[in-house]
Design a binder for this molecule. Structure first.
Ligand code: OOB
Length: 503
């Protein structure tokens, strides 16, 4: 993790305060989430922690958690935080392929899910279905000491650009710092009511300021089972929601559906992030919803940028914000790692008090994903304005951003390469007016076979247990792949060439 001199500095500056995430729960009778008060959530999490501990879950153990937006999710994560066991945050959309990998790669002791059909993928991990949780109960007085604040708190998933997803190790200290500062930047108070629309395990919903930011402020979380206007608008009206966070396509959909709304007058702030928000959508937020727009450009690896609530329109509408911390170091460099002047587009590198110094157990990958002096190579192409605000201009990583859902091209390619009729494949992003990007698989058929059609590709990948959002939207068949200069192209270059051609 961080070198000692950095850690010492971050402590001295008061960023790392020596608390653990479990300490976010107080004994207040104010509602925390759903119908659970802070006190009840705390008591229930302690009993669950004791029960899990009794059945063998220990400090440092990994537990893959895959739950939808329900109150049990909170009981589980706070129980694990109390024990010092590490939740591995899977998304509800993940299927056997991803779950199997998370369980085996982390040697997880348990897998907590609502999907009984994924049990077989868990391997040696004990499967705990959501309905079984209520019966796991123990005496909190039997609990062993909890984790240290500098210990890992959980493993978050990276959007990924390689064949297998990388895991992001976050500590109690570093995560709490980003949570506290985010809550302040977003003006959260005990009167805040936050609607969790995106999956609660995503970094945006969890900590930017997310559900944990709300708990820090003593506010209330309301859970949306789905993001569609028919579900969400009545919830906003009934619960007097003050702030929520969405990806651009959901913002777009809400704006187009506002005639269905009864009363959105409580909604003070609409946060939009996860993918680039088009100016044309940004400009409609205040006139149509009556809410302040806040752009959020963040990453599970750490760095989060926000437009501030009192920023002028020019900043809020046309930038992706500025970093949380005065000690977020932002470098914008050319292809040879030389800094470029403000206003010039370059690669964004960053390091700071809540940005990881390496992925979990991925030494080889870390050598290229981080610089020698510990900067994370985000893979994003940005421009810095003279006022310090960042504008996202594109991406250098082999990733598709499908409306905020991240897809590693290589991961999908590796699955398709196992198909008997596929000789070669390159998966690229194609522009889409609604999602920003969709996925196209360019396929070369194996000699003597016919390349699989879209429907076959989709069925094949589903059967391999790949999450639905990673399944290509289009398939294009080519006789051969274009080759450059020396003849042999890496798939990386090929993806770039096809991406350029697809636009
Ligand atoms: C958030 O986190 P991740 O880890 O799912 O994805 C991070 C990547 C960034 O590197 C960037 O490529 C893209 O998502 N991204 C944006 C963006 N916000 C994220 N690209 C353009 N404009 C934006 N506003 O997506 C995430 C984590 C915390 C808060 C918000 C988003």
């Amino acid at each position: 993790m961080w070198p000692d001199d950095f850690a010492e500095r971050y402590r001295k500056l008061g960023y790392w305060t020596g608390q653990t995430l479990f300490e976010l729960l107080t004994d207040s009778d104010h509602l925390a989430v759903g119908d659970l008060s802070y006190r009840r959530l705390r008591d229930r999490s302690l009993r669950l922690a004791a029960g899990l501990n009794h059945s063998g879950v220990r400090r440092g153990d990994r537990v893959v958690v895959q739950l939808p937006n329900v109150t049990e999710y909170f009981e589980v994560i706070f129980a694990l935080f109390r024990l010092g066991a590490l939740p591995v945050f899977a998304l509800p959309a993940h299927r056997a392929s991803e779950i199997g990998y998370f369980c085996s790669h982390t040697a997880a002791v348990a897998f907590i899910t609502e999907h009984a059909e994924l049990a077989a993928a868990a391997g040696d991990a004990r499967v705990i279905l959501i309905g079984d949780l209520a019966a796991i109960d123990g005496d909190p007085d039997t609990l062993p000491p909890g984790p240290n604040p500098s210990d890992l708190a959980f493993l978050q998933l990276s959007g990924g650009s390689t064949g297998l997803p990388k895991l992001i190790p976050r500590t109690h200290d570093d995560y709490l710092y980003s949570v506290r500062e985010s809550a302040a930047i977003c003006g959260l108070t005990p009167d805040s009511v936050y609607l969790a629309v995106l999956p609660v395990a995503h970094n945006f919903t969890m900590s930017s300021p997310g559900v944990l930011g709300v708990f820090h402020a003593g506010g209330r979380v309301v859970l949306a089972p789905q993001p569609d206007p028919a579900t969400v608008f009545p919830l906003i009206a009934r619960e007097r929601v003050t702030i929520t966070a969405v990806v651009p396509p959901i913002a777009h959909l809400w704006l187009d559906s506002v005639s269905l709304a009864t009363d959105l007058s409580s909604l003070e702030v609409l946060q939009v992030g996860g993918a680039k928000l088009a100016d044309s959508v940004a400009e409609r937020v205040r006139p149509v919803l009556g809410s302040q727009l806040q752009q959020v450009f963040g990453m599970a690896e750490g760095l989060v940028n926000y437009t501030r609530l009192d920023d002028p329109d020019d900043v809020v509408l046309h930038t992706q914000g500025r970093p949380i911390s005065p000690d977020d170091e932002v470098l914008i460099v050319d292809d040879d790692d030389r800094p470029v002047p403000d206003g010039t587009v370059g690669h964004l590198l960053t390091r700071g008090p809540y940005t990881i110094r390496g992925y979990w157990n991925a030494e080889e990958h870390n050598r290229t994903a981080f610089t020698a002096d510990g900067f994370y190579r985000t893979g994003d192409l940005v421009r810095r304005r003279p006022d310090g605000y960042l504008v996202v201009e594109g991406r250098a990583k082999d990733q598709i951003n499908r409306g905020g859902e991240k897809i590693a091209a290589e991961e999908v390619e590796n699955h398709l390469l196992t198909h008997p009729a596929v000789h070669d494949v390159a998966v690229v992003a194609v522009p889409d007016p609604y999602l920003g990007e969709r996925t196209c698989a360019y396929v070369v058929a194996r000699a003597g076979t016919t390349a699989p059609k879209l429907s076959e590709v989709r069925t094949y990948l589903r059967e391999r247990g790949l999450a639905e959002y990673k399944i290509p939207d289009r398939v294009r068949v080519l006789d051969t792949f274009p080759v450059t200069g020396v003849g042999k192209v890496s798939r990386r270059e090929l993806r770039a060439a096809l991406r350029a051609g697809a636009r």
